[in-house]
Design a protein around this ligand. Sequence first.
Ligand code: HEM
Length: 342
Amino acid sequence: VIPATMEAATFSAPSPLWFASRGAGVVTLAVLTATVVLGIGTSLRWQGPRSPRFLTASLHRNLSLFAITLLAVHIVTSVLDPFAGIRPVDAAIPFLATYRPFWLGMGVLAAEALLAVAVTSLFRRRLGARGWRLIHWGAYAPWPPAVVHGLGTGTDVREPWLIGLTSACVVAVMLALAERLVMGRRRTAPVRMLAAGVTVAVLVVTCSWAARGPLRPGWAAAAGTPASILKGSFGASPDQWRSRSTGFVDALIGSMTATRDGAAISFRDAVDPALTLTILPPAPAQMAPVLSVARNGQQLCSSPAAVGTKIYAVCGATRLLIELRGSPARLTGTLTASGPLG
Ligand code: HEM
């Protein structure tokens, strides 16, 4: 069995763009949270002993623009990176993506709500103070789907630092909102009480969903991650290969023999007997076993193989997956090939 580092190197890993996208997503959430908190602070007329009231308001405005810029970086990098196959249309229309569609869709909804808040704010003068204030109630809208999107889509969701940061965001908004709902005129009390009830209900539902979903192992598959990504970016799942006219799935018959360097395996294809496969253990200077494919004794290709519970290798442009069964004396297996061999 090859060392884990070698196995990891055999599969394609996400590019730096993917990490940039996730990093930008996390910072966007933090800045969006600060924007919401300061927005509440503006309406509560917060001011410090040495910081005048207008500082809260202008910080709120500048942070909202910064959040939009960071969001643009987050979206552009996630579309440019090929890892999750996110298309521009997936970033514009919610729930279309093949990668974690519902949870990505929540991010798209959050982004569109944020854009709507920003655009209506540009027309603040024309809308008049009263009209704009009514519309600006919608400024709360982007934040909850953004939190749910981060939890539902995020690869790092179970990392303690991200659990801490998301919790801090939630606590900050809840505290500011609590102050906002407690303060107010008597005649708005019923509306404020209703808002408090809805907020508590949404908070309870979200926490229990997070505890039973994203924070548990196995969420990546449940969230709708394509099989090709779950299988270590090998390109496509065996089921997808089978459906391609050029690919095939054949039974293998073989045996295992002991050599000086370890076990060697040789197979013959039961459907196409001219095709033989051998897997030799790594020679002292090599790190990975080598898979060779031959037709009528003539070698077609030879490449390092990643050996785990299954064996992966690439022969020319064709990806091979070998599943082993049986005993060393009489091995059987299945060869799944993404395309033709020789
Ligand atoms: C206000 C809007 C948004 C916020 C605050 C936000 C925030 C986040 C956060 C916190 C993460 C988790 C990062 C991690 O786990 O490391 C994330 C992941 C992600 N977001 Fe967003 N996001 C928003 C909108 C969008 C939109 C519109 C798209 C559409 C392209 C998008 C695509 C992604 C992708 C592809 C991931 C990575 C998923 C993964 O790690 O597997 N986000 N986002």
